[in-house]
Ligand binder design. Structure first.
Ligand code: PMP
Length: 358
């Protein structure tokens, strides 16, 4: 039976990447050591981290005045780190409340003494639409935080909110390299690796260099400027996760890059959305214009039937389609590594389920 893993993260990885990890495991580049065993101060690792950075720069067309930093601590630690590094003038940020992860970002910023203004929210309609900025005339925010792809609620900004002259900081954790954005539209971008870039334990930050180095004596592990100066090796970096990300980046290049990934993600998600919109049993609650290309929540409206469906899907090898506990129902995550055949298998299964449960 072919297994398809629709987990929201950690998520499915490309088969060739898993195969390469297997091949490399006993002896990386004939060194007699696995990647898990090599020093981060070795020439072998220097090559891994420098190549990963260069490949990311190529794939995302990252301008030279942006730093690429490799952190630990997940997207969540960046909710602390970003305000500590970037909210240095007004100590105040704006936030679009687009769902759980945006809310979490605001919460963590407040914990380090930064004031958070919610510029708009769609909480009252259960985040089925994206909040936009209506009028941001006063430049009194260090930046506006936006969650570009809302993993739980299944929405994504395809057009960026208009922050005018105010810096935009984007949480791209769940659509990093799966949807095209212009890096220059952002002051900083943060993204956990475990959805589109490999395995948990690595967090990417891309930040414009004029925004960093403005605060003295930040905790070293949270200091963008220090990490930039130390090539992300102030301490032992997550060696294996950076190696795995490097393999994913190579795979992305071979597949045709981010534009091709977006095209494929659109094709997969269109297939599923079209089915759901035609269906008499299922509903996809998100407003069409705001739908995510990679996280697709849907419901039957009957929790018992949802539970039955999830159990039968699991038996059929379609794993992890249970929705987030805050939304219920189902959610299919169709990240870069999910093949079209996976989306097709899910649609075929749902179609059969609908016919059997009328
Ligand atoms: N932001 C978004 C959009 C996410 O989806 C997640 C995790 N699912 C996070 C932040 C938090 O990431 P982490 O678990 O790596 O801290």
């Amino acid at each position: 039976m072919t297994i398809y893993n629709f987990s929201a993260g950690p998520a499915t990885m490309p088969d060739p990447v898993i195969a390469q990890i297997k091949a490399d495991m006993p002896s990386y580049k004939n060194s007699g050591m696995s990647v898990m065993e090599i020093s981060h101060r070795s020439a072998l690792f220097d090559d891994i981290i420098n190549t990963a950075e260069q490949d990311m720069r190529d794939l995302l067309k990252i301008p030279d005045n942006y730093k690429v930093l490799f952190f630990q601590g997940g997207g969540t630690l960046q909710f602390t780190t970003a305000p500590m590094n970037l909210a240095t003038k007004y100590h105040k940020i704006g936030l679009l409340d687009s769902g759980h992860w945006a809310d979490r970002a605001g919460d963590e910023a407040k914990r380090v003494g930064v004031k958070v203004d919610v510029l708009n929210s769609t909480k009252d309609i259960k985040y089925t639409k994206l909040p936009i900025i209506k009028n941001l005339t006063q430049d009194t925010y260090d930046y506006v935080h936006v969650c570009l792809n809302n993993t739980i609620e299944g929405t994504a900004y395809s057009t960026l909110p208009d922050t005018g002259a105010t810096t935009l900081v984007g949480d791209m954790s769940s659509n990093f390299m799966g949807q095209q954005y212009n890096i220059e539209d952002f002051g900083a971008i943060m993204a956990g690796a475990q959805k589109n870039l490999g395995i948990a334990g690595l967090t990417l930050v891309i930040v414009r260099d004029d925004l960093i180095g403005k605060v003295q004596n930040l905790p070293s592990m949270l200091d963008y400027d220090l990490f930039a100066k130390k090539n992300s090796m102030f301490n032992t970096p997550p060696v294996f996760a950076i190696y795995a990300a490097g393999l994913v980046l190579k795979w992305l290049k071979e597949q045709g890059g981010v534009a091709e990934m977006e095209r494929r993600n659109r094709a997969k998600s269109d297939l599923l959305y079209n089915f759901l919109d035609e269906s008499k049993l299922f509903t996809a609650p998100v407003e069409k214009a705001d739908r995510s290309l990679v996280n697709i929540p849907f419901v039957t409206g009957n929790p018992d039937l949802d539970a039955k469906l999830i159990a039968e899907a699991t038996e059929a090898g379609l794993l992890n389609i249970k929705g987030h506990r805050s939304v219920g129902g189902m959610r299919a995550s169709l990240y870069n590594a999910m093949p079209y055949e996976g989306a097709q298998a899910l649609v075929d299964f749902l179609d059969k389920f609908e016919k059997n449960n009328r």
